[in-house]
Write a protein that binds this ligand. Sequence first.
Ligand code: HEM
Length: 119
Amino acid sequence: MAGKFEPKEPVNLDPPKEDIITKEYLSKCDGTQEKFPILVAIKGTVFDVTNKKDTYGPGGSYHVFTGKDASAGLGKSSLKPEDAHSDFSGLNESEMETLNNWYTFFSKRYNIVGKVEGA
Ligand code: HEM
């Protein structure tokens, strides 16, 4: 039986990395600087979404989640910039499930390049 959130086309992923990624570096990785990858962090795990620049780069629908840990916004299904932060302690049970589902979704599509410092 196929698992949940499988991508339509198979994705070849690299082994997950455990590198520590500083918040300062992460903040540069929002698609506004050509030399940096585009990164989204969920629950402290950093995913490389550079290959989806149209979606995550400047002007893209989900640009708000880049360059940071956006757990709270993903859990609350919110695109508000003020919700795109790492503190998911205020999420209710169904929002936590949504957040965990996004983690699964990202982990099936995007390489894990490290962990956010302090996470
Ligand atoms: C009018 C409301 C919305 C519509 C019509 C919409 C539509 C879509 C569509 C068509 C996709 C592509 C699905 C796929 O590739 O299989 C998508 C992906 C996604 N949506 Fe939405 N969405 C909406 C609202 C939201 C909200 C409020 C959030 C906040 C969490 C959100 C977060 C995402 C994320 C993170 C992805 C994954 C993008 C990727 O990496 O491929 N969406 N959405």
